[in-house]
Design a binder for this molecule. Sequence first.
Ligand SMILES: [Zn+2]
Length: 181
Amino acid sequence: MSGCPICYSKNAKIESEAVDRQHIICPRCGDFEITKSLVSEIENKPLEARQRCIVSSLIRENTYEGFVLNTYNFNTYKDAKDISMLNRVDLLLQYVEKMNRSNNTLDYILESSNYEELLAITWSGYEISQLLTMAVEAQYLNVKSLNMGTVYSITLRGWERLAALEVIVKYFSTYHKAPLN
Ligand SMILES: [Zn+2]
């Protein structure tokens, strides 16, 4: 099939740079990489129109360096009920900051006991691990596997993101305090 494997745009440019993946430059989805195994999976089992739209939007939001659409993250994208995955990554980042603050540490340890609290951010444990992966890929979090468990720490970029989010919150709370009439 020619064109973008996700939105079918005929204006997409497809380059094969690696043996196992394609580089797509699509006017709708943006600039991203996709594994060849996922391309053939989609060809065999085409997406519904609604899924195409959601996946396309999610890809456009995810064009940070090193992002590759693969069979693993694609499953989350295709079943997403809306296009706010990145909003949930922000919520996750803020949650990690809150946990670090209350435990007075710079490391956040993911344990099964705090998994449930994380479920407030999302709807499945599967998605939590996907959001954590996205936060790491976006370089908001560093991840280390230690004996005590998986440890996440906020990176410089993560702190910058948190500062930017705070500005947004301040802006909107000021805005909402203004009289309506
Ligand atoms: Zn596309």
